[in-house]
Design a protein around this ligand. Structure first.
Ligand SMILES: Cc1ncc(COP(=O)(O)O)c(C=O)c1O
Length: 492
């Protein structure tokens, strides 16, 4: 009981301590109000303690490739600690798994692993991916593998659910000698639907395929256990995620992968820091991780502050975080379902298809861009719209409505109209969102549905195809200038 209370206390302290929770903007009605941030699936806000720890660390910052001076030792120790902390967070045994940082997000890590998996077993030239993948877990496989097979999703009376395991088994058995790996997202960035990654792993491993999990939307919202399952076939071979979606903007992308796979081939990237010796006619690559996989000077502050955030998430407990966020999602879905004309995408029953973080929707008769603009301009609610870098998945879900909506459009306007109608609005949640944010979203949606005509009349589409208010200029009213900041900094 004490532990639960401690965890809840810590959760509420951390939730109230994010940077940007008090940001105020002027809205189209001339009022100033607090921004409600519902765009965490794109990027999360910065956790206060990670920010402060980083500021404190800057007193000691030095390059980890320097060795002997005090600051270099502190930097190096903390940088290695960051890798270990992430491995233990994901329950990836450090004897078998390596963690390394790459690029600024998940995209770099998946590109890297697609090439690693290809070169590790060149005779297996096929990758299986689900139809709900973000482009970053689809295009790298298309580019680097010879063949990609897209797996369908479960169908719940026309609404998609998670990856279809029967289709997965069918393709694995049909192409058993050729499938190198299955690449699947832990959580959809569109619908928030959770995939059964350990069932996928068990099935894939039975057919000799590896499993790469895109963890971009899972890692900050639910517990992940890469290894240590009673049935080792349920372990995950590689997991990739983005620091900027894990409460630390500016931090790197992360790859956690089985060491034996990485050791099988020469590292993808070469340069300083990853070599033992270099001669004019050859070089010897380090066997030790993470050095072997991290050529060049890494993003040391980003990696350390990310590990601070991960440490805090672990102290709260990911199960607790999952339960709290699930409750918020359930309330949001319930309220949204009660509003006439709102279409929620993906199987909406969370008992059938559990989901975290994201809800994507449309309002009948209104374009996604118009709804997102009104939410911002009148309600100070930040959401994302369009296709969320998951075009095939989004188009599949909206196809019927899209065809209906564009049926009477003149041929010369078709392209523009198609773009305006082809997408959704996404509200997404993080640790810092509360019931009052959900209530504000529901009230705002009710206002928009009730006043469709009024709002439609005060917006137009500009030359870039964006919805713009006829008189309110968001950029002019709410401006942040770094050059002003520099001026003020030196005049203070
Ligand atoms: C599921 C998923 N995978 C991959 C990515 C790409 O991440 P990044 O932009 O950090 O490379 C995203 C980004 O939204 C995502 O949601």
């Amino acid at each position: 009981m004490q532990k639960v209370n401690n965890s809840l206390n810590l959760l509420s302290k951390v939730a109230a301590d994010f940077i940007g929770l008090d940001t105020v903007y002027k809205t189209a009605d001339g009022e100033k109000s607090r921004r409600i941030y519902l765009d965490s699936t794109a990027s999360t806000l910065m956790m206060g303690v990670a920010h402060d720890a980083l500021e404190a660390f800057y007193d000691h910052y030095a390059n980890t490739h320097s060795v002997l001076h005090f600051s270099a030792r502190i930097s190096t120790d903390l940088y290695y600690w960051a890798h270990d902390r992430i491995l233990s967070f994901l329950k990836a045994d450090p004897d078998s798994y390596a963690c390394f940082f790459t690029g600024s997000g998940t995209t770099a890590g998946i590109n890297r692993l697609a090439r690693v998996f290809r070169d590790n077993r060149p005779d297996r030239d096929t990758a299986l991916v689900s139809l709900m993948e973000h482009h970053s877990n689809d295009l790298p496989h298309r580019k680097h593998m010879n063949k990609v097979i897209h797996l369908p999703l479960d169908n719940h009376q026309g609404q998609p659910g998670c990856i279809n395991l029967e289709a997965l088994e069918f393709e694995l058995s049909k192409n058993s000698e050729k499938v190198n790996y299955v690449a699947v997202t832990g959580v959809s960035n569109v619908t928030g639907i959770i995939n059964p990654i350990h069932d996928v792993a068990e099935m894939a491993h039975e057919y000799g395929a590896l499993v790469l999990v895109d963890g971009a939307q899972a890692v900050a919202h639910m517990p992940v256990q890469m290894a240590g399952h009673k049935n080792p076939n349920r372990n995950i071979d590689a997991f990739v995620f983005s620091g900027h979606k894990t409460y630390v903007p500016g931090s790197p992308g992360v790859v956690v992968c089985r060491k034996d796979i990485l050791l099988n081939i020469e590292p993808e990237e070469v340069g300083g820091g990853m070599v033992e010796n270099v001669y004019i006619d050859r070089y010897e690559i380090k066997k030790s991780f993470p050095d072997r996989e991290e050529a060049g000077t890494p993003n040391i502050p980003g990696a350390i502050s990310l590990a601070v955030a991960i440490d805090v998430l672990d102290r709260i407990g990911m199960q607790k975080i999952y339960e709290e966020e699930e409750e918020l999602i359930l309330i949001a879905m319930k309220k949204m379902k009660e509003i006439q004309d709102i279409l929620i995408y993906g199987e909406p029953d969370c008992n059938v298809c559990p989901r975290v973080a994201s809800i994507s929707f449309n309002i009948k008769g209104m374009d996604h861009g118009l709804v997102a603009a009104i939410l911002n301009d009148y309600h100070n609610i930040a959401v994302r719209n369009e296709c969320f870098c998951a075009h095939p998945y989004v188009k599949e879900m909206i196809l019927d409505h899209l065809l209906e909506a564009t049926e009477y459009v003149e041929e010369e306007n078709f392209e523009e109209e198609f773009k305006l109608k082809s997408g959704m609005v996404r509200a997404s949640f993080g640790l810092y969102n509360s019931l009052s944010d959900v209530n504000a979203l529901a009230d705002a949606l009710m206002d928009i549905v009730t006043n469709k005509e009024k709002y439609s009349a005060i917006y137009h589409v500009d030359v870039n195809g964006e919805y713009r208010h006829n008189s309110f200029c968001a950029e002019k009213e709410n401006h942040f200038s770094v050059t002003n900041f520099i001026d003020q900094y030196f005049n203070k």
